[in-house]
Ligand binder design. Structure first.
Ligand SMILES: [Zn+2]
Length: 731
């Protein structure tokens, strides 16, 4: 990264003489001009290269206080008295045409302030460097008996004719905002279900970018403590969308003020989602744990294909008919392992669901396996004798009171006898509840465990130890801990602060360090559901990717996660989770092109199904006889090019590729959606030696034309056979 060039920036305070009453505030940085509104200090304009990148924001910030009972009071900047920052006289330079221009030295920049009648003071220091504007907020004077819960500023508004890169659940683009109802609150509810975008969790990166015609704006929290945030957007009216980096404020200084050491960055840039991801990747490279690639197990270099299946039930596991299926006793699955090992000419990892001896999806307890250790040991040994691998899904760090799948399974008595209620996550009012998979019609009734408390840490460490000692090769322990994250805890009786903050990320990182050490002693790898969020990537670098989920928000998946993290985190194509319908050839091709390792999902009779949510009997999937050879071809390419597709970095295209657009319809969790995609998918890679390569795949089962335009302007059109992949060489 370039070092900030503070000298390149200028600050102009128009009509400085009247600054205390009403000032127009303008900052310049590397050719970009940022303007804040006269009366509120809200972001009004960001111009670079003659192009406006934002629209005026209504507020500079919003924040929320909680009283002693957890009742919220939300305040917005317009309810405060605004004091534009006034530089000290010694810093004043020449007055030119009614404006005063100051040399920009960050330490001398004025600090904007807002004062509320209740004593609250919000300050915002703004620095300018290399075309970037850095916002450093602080909040002081929190009234006695109140807690500052979150702060949401600076507020950035964009025009709805821009495309948004949104790092929601493995990331994608939003171009049509109208599917969301207006939501002027901007506040992501703590217990909101699967659609809220919290970092570091199902949101893996703390930035958003909006662009049109190659003119973009990048909005990020440059926060190396990874304070929990909602990385969200809301539609304020038909034409305007607000971007939010709402940040939880549990980390107070000795004076009880919130003075974070990080800053929010707002900057213009040229390009689209890839160029924005490059900015974020440059920052990721500076973080601890990203100095070098992870130490991957040897088997990963053989690119085993996962065979994912449950040993109980026949798909779509809600309800109570969860009898053992044809893959139990476990060794019964060897026929499928042998079959697909041969068809794929590959090592295979049998990746089991519903194998827990407690109940399926009944965390934290999983061991011993269903049917006993001896049964699973026979399968483990049969797999290992062939050079194949054993993996399991778990269900994360929740607590199960009663299984909704196996009604006999209950931990209610233990919960009371041992006072385990003390260790559960609490909401702002002290309430105790749970999020994922919870309900009579879901998988369990229970809570979430607080991972800053000793008892939950010890308990999950013991469970991980049992699986590792048994000889399991891969454990997706953090299923439902999306991105490797966890719930926000407000418990006032726990040893952590009563408001979520960076302490929560540090608690999870500490837990992961401990579990990775426990698992690593026996060669077991840990993973999570969806790609790991930024701070968790060094511990969790092989995960069940979920690129399709953004379709539920009417977005279009783009491989931003792979672009930023692939050299440190190579995931696998996964169980396709909540996908109910959508062309499987496109989905598997998409996963190959984002550099994922590959999976097949087993259904009845050693056949495969198109997604985990499909009921076996309702997923005839006649095309599977074509999908399996496609996966074999993809995996052969992976094995041939590990320096790119396992260890490499995704790069921008070095040739321009165009193919016909096609509309694809998909259905996820009851949400029907359609999107435009290209007939030929491409991706481009660079290895550690600096060599580059590209791949282009026709995912259709008919020929497709690909127009390739080289850097020298030469163009050619290639016809790709059905399901063909070609290699594009860099010249
Ligand atoms: Zn707690």
């Amino acid at each position: 990264m370039r070092k900030p060039d503070f000298k390149s920036a200028l600050i102009t305070v128009a009509a400085l003489a009247a600054a205390t009453a009403c000032a127009s505030i303008e900052f310049k940085s590397g050719g970009a001009t940022l303007r804040l509104s006269e009366t509120r200090g809200a972001v009004e304009s960001l111009v670079a290269d003659g192009a406006e990148r934002v629209v005026p924001a209504a507020e500079a910030f919003t924040l929320q206080l909680l009283d002693g009972k957890g009742e919220p009071t939300r305040l917005k900047s317009s309810e405060f008295a605004f004091e534009p920052g006034v530089p000290s006289p010694s810093e004043t330079a020449a007055v030119v045409g009614g404006t005063t221009t100051l040399p920009d030295v960050s330490s001398k920049l004025p600090c904007l302030a807002w004062r509320h009648a209740n004593g609250l003071v919000v300050k915002m220091k703004i620095e300018a460097a290399n075309g970037e504007f850095r916002f450093k907020p602080s909040v002081e004077g929190v009234p006695a008996g109140m807690l500052l819960e979150w702060f949401d500023g600076p507020q950035v508004y964009i025009s709805s004719d821009r495309t948004l890169y949104w790092p929601y659940w493995d990331g994608g683009e939003i171009a049509d905002y109208a599917h969301r109802p207006y939501s002027p609150s901007g506040f992501v509810k703590r217990f909101s279900q699967s659609r809220s975008c919290t970092y570091p969790e199902r949101c893996q990166m703390q930035f958003m970018a909006a662009y049109r015609d190659g003119k973009g704006v990048y909005f990020s929290a440059v926060d190396n403590r990874h304070t929990p945030k909602a990385v969200e957007w809301e539609r304020v009216d038909d034409r305007n969308v607000r971007l939010s980096l709402q940040t939880f404020c549990g980390d107070l200084d000795a004076e009880g003020a919130w003075r974070p050491k990080f800053y929010y960055s707002l900057r213009p840039y040229e390009g689209g989602w890839m160029e924005a991801c490059e900015i974020y990747r440059c920052w990721v490279r500076t973080l601890p744990g990203f100095e070098k690639p992870p130490k991957r197990p040897k088997w990963m270099y053989d690119s085993p294909v996962n065979l994912i299946y449950p040993v109980r039930g026949e798909g779509r596991d809600k309800g109570r008919d969860m009898k053992p299926n044809r893959y139990f006793p476990y060794v019964n699955a060897m026929s499928a392992v042998v079959k697909y090992g041969k068809l794929l000419d590959s090592r295979v990892m049998a990746l089991l669901m519903h194998w827990e001896g407690t109940a399926p999806w009944a965390p934290p307890y999983v061991w011993p396996p269903y049917g006993g250790e001896a049964e699973l040991a026979k399968f483990r040994d049969a797999l290992h004798a062939r050079g194949d691998l054993l993996g399991v899904y778990c269900s994360g760090t929740a607590w199960t009171q009663i299984s909704s799948i196996i009604p006999e399974y209950s931990q209610e008595q233990k919960f009371v006898d041992e006072g385990l209620w003390r260790y559960m996550v609490r909401g702002p009012k002290g309430e105790i509840t749970a999020r994922s998979c919870n309900g009579h019609d879901a998988q369990r009734l229970g809570y979430d465990m607080c991972l800053a408390e000793d008892w939950p840490i010890r308990t999950v460490d013991e469970e991980v130890g049992k699986m590792a000692r048994f000889g399991i090769d891969y454990c997706q322990f953090f299923d439902q801990n999306l991105g490797g994250g966890w719930r926000l805890c407000y418990a006032r009786h726990h040893r952590h602060p009563p408001i979520p903050g960076a302490w929560a990320t540090e608690a999870m990182s500490a837990l992961q360090n401990r579990l990775v050490a426990t698992a690593g002693r026996h060669g077991m790898l840990l993973g999570c559901e969806s790609a790991a969020a930024t701070p968790y990537v060094p511990n969790l670098f092989y995960n069940d990717s979920r690129p399709m989920i953004i379709l539920m928000n009417h977005g279009r998946p783009v491989p931003g996660i792979a672009f930023v993290f692939h050299e440190w985190q190579c995931n696998f194509s996964g169980n396709m989770c909540v996908v109910e319908d959508g062309d499987p050839f496109w989905r598997w091709t998409y996963c190959f092109h984002q550099g994922d390792m590959l999976s097949l999902i087993l259904g009845a009779d050693d056949r495969i199904v198109s997604a985990w949510m499909r009921e076996w009997r309702n997923d005839p999937f006649p095309e599977q006889d074509e999908l399996v050879p496609l996966v074999k071809r993809f995996n052969d390419i992976r094995k041939k090019h590990p320096s790119f597709l396992l260890e490499g970095r995704m790069i921008r295209p070095f040739v321009k590729c165009e193919s016909r657009p096609v509309t694809l319809s998909c259905s996820l969790w009851g949400v029907k959606n359609s999107m435009e995609v290209e007939e030929v998918l491409t991706s481009f890679w660079e290895n550690a030696k600096g060599e580059r390569i590209g791949f282009a795949s026709n995912w259709q089962r008919k020929p497709s034309e690909l127009k390739i335009v080289y850097a020298d302007g030469r163009a050619e059109t290639r016809v790709l056979a059905p399901l063909e992949t070609i290699v594009l060489q860099a010249r």
